[in-house]
Structures are given as structure tokens and as C-alpha cells.
Write a protein that binds this ligand. Structure first.
Ligand code: DGL
Length: 275
């Protein structure tokens, strides 16, 4: 791929499911002229409970699907894939750029609460790789990082059960595992792109004044900077298009994806692909 003539290609975005639509939404806000193509690997969701080898293979295949369609920038809108496979995906996309969500999330948390205690809610894979701990400590040696795997919150988000007593009980059940360790974190990092849908329930489980950090807007800002620094931005003036791909379940994707994007989707808006 020649970088110099890639300006009018879309930005490719992928996640294991609909969670990455939180990042896609932020990208649309800051880059309204750009075409976007989103892939949700719904057939193989969740990624967070799989082995690094499987997650890496899935992420490379999802990237290949987007590359075949032609993209100029890959946004890995999945913390799990970012934690496991970012370097492999960078190699695969070379010379075109790749942005993950962990680095922007860590930057936002450190900026919000320098030297603070950060509680990271994420998938099992992201927690077991200590991805946020390493990213935060690289920026702030004084910070304290506590990581908690909350895999069931992915299912709640995919089911569209993002509020009410069931979601509240499950969030509190996970937090009880901390055993008082982080009764008062300075920030709570939504370290899975599915979790912003549960933001209100998560926020209500903490004292006022706790910063809730979501990497969507910082990732979108990083994408904006990257396109500018590589002179890869679209030169078109009209609004960009959006193409949605999934590996299974167009009706379910449309139902839940609409909640993430904040507008109705129909199954006809989703193209099913095989990786
Ligand atoms: N949304 C993904 C993340 O940010 C993964 C959820 C999953 O598939 O387990 O980690």
C-alpha cells in the first residue's frame, strides 16, 4: 500500500463485538469527513476469555478482512486485542498506522489523576497481561494500579442490559472481590470498550469525585493526530460514510449496536462476512 495516495480510503475499526462502536462514535465526532468501516467479530465474541494465541489470530484475521477492503488507518477498538496483538497488527499493516485503545486510556487516566490510584475494569486477558499497569507506570511511576477482570459485563453490554438492578448487582459483586483494597480509587478506567454502556451503573458504585475514564475520545483524538502527522486526512468536504460488518447475527448486532451509536440500525445495515 502506497501511503501517499491513501487519503480517501476509510479508517478501519474492529472489536470482538459491538463494544468498539463507542470508539467509532467518538471517531465520527472528531473526523466527520472520514469514511469508516467497522467490523464486529461477533461469531467469536468474547475475546477476553480466550488464550493470547487465539486472540492474536482473530485480531490478525479481522485486520486482514479490513485490509482487503482497503483502509488507511486501523483503530483496534478492543482493549483485549490491543493488549495481546498490537505489535503483530502494526507489522501486518506496515507502512500504514495502527492505534490501540490502551495507550490513549492510560494517558487520559494519568492526566485526570496524576500520582493517583487507578482501578482498571477490563477483560480477563487484558488484566492477566497487566496491560494498563505497564502503560500507566510508563507515564507515572507514582501511580497505583489495581486491575479487576469483569468479563460478565461484556455479556451484559452485548445483551443490552446496561442498567437496572441486575447490572448493579453484578457490578457490586465484582467490586466486592477487591476486599476493600480500592474503596476510594481516584479513577476508574473502563478498560473494555463494552463498558461505557454500563458507565452510569459503574459510576453509581463509587463515591462522587472519582474520575471515570473512557478511552474512546482520547483514542479518537490520537487518530486525528495520526492522520494529520502522516498527511492522510480526507480532502473531501461532505460527511463520511459508515459501513458495518459483523461475523454473525445481523439482527442482534443492529439491535444492540443501535444503543451504542445512539440511533436505530436495521439488520440490512449490517453485512455478514466470514474471516
Ligand atoms: N470490547 C473488548 C475489549 O475492549 C473485548 C470484549 C470481549 O470480547 O471479551 O476488551
Amino acid at each position: 500500500m502506497n501511503v501517499s495516495n491513501a487519503n480517501e480510503l476509510p479508517i478501519g475499526v474492529f472489536d470482538s463485538g459491538v463494544g468498539g462502536l463507542t470508539v467509532l462514535k467518538a471517531l465520527r465526532d472528531v473526523l466527520p469527513h472520514e469514511d469508516l468501516i467497522y467490523l464486529g467479530d461477533t461469531a467469536r465474541l468474547p475475546y477476553g476469555t480466550k488464550s493470547p494465541a487465539s486472540i492474536s489470530r482473530y485480531a490478525c484475521q479481522a485486520t486482514q478482512q479490513l485490509q482487503q477492503r482497503g483502509i488507511k488507518l486501523l483503530v483496534v477498538a478492543c482493549n483485549t486485542a490491543s493488549a495481546v496483538a498490537l505489535e503483530a497488527l502494526r507489522g501486518q499493516m506496515e507502512p500504514l498506522p495502527v492505534i490501540g485503545v490502551i495507550e490513549p486510556g492510560a494517558t487520559a487516566a494519568v492526566a485526570a489523576r496524576p500520582g493517583g490510584t487507578h482501578l482498571v475494569l477490563a477483560t480477563e486477558a487484558t488484566v492477566s497481561l497487566e496491560a494498563y499497569r505497564r502503560a500507566i507506570h510508563a507515564k507515572d511511576r507514582q501511580a497505583t494500579v489495581i486491575e479487576l477482570a469483569c468479563e460478565m459485563l461484556v455479556s451484559l453490554a452485548e445483551e443490552g442490559w446496561s442498567d437496572g438492578p441486575i447490572a448493579e448487582l453484578i457490578v457490586r459483586r465484582y467490586l466486592a472481590e477487591l476486599d476493600g483494597q480500592s474503596a476510594r480509587p481516584d479513577s476508574v478506567i473502563l478498560g473494555c470498550t463494552h463498558f461505557p454502556l454500563l458507565r452510569e451503573v459503574i459510576e453509581s458504585a463509587f463515591d462522587d469525585g472519582v474520575a471515570i475514564v473512557d478511552s474512546a475520545s482520547t483514542t479518537a483524538a490520537a487518530a486525528c493526530d495520526m492522520l494529520a502527522s502522516m498527511s492522510l486526512g480526507s480532502r473531501r468536504s461532505g460527511g463520511g460514510s459508515l459501513k458495518l460488518l459483523a461475523t454473525d447475527g445481523a439482527t442482534r448486532f443492529a439491535r444492540v449496536g443501535g444503543q451504542f451509536l445512539g440511533h436505530d440500525l436495521s439488520a440490512n445495515d449490517i453485512t455478514i462476512v466470514d474471516l
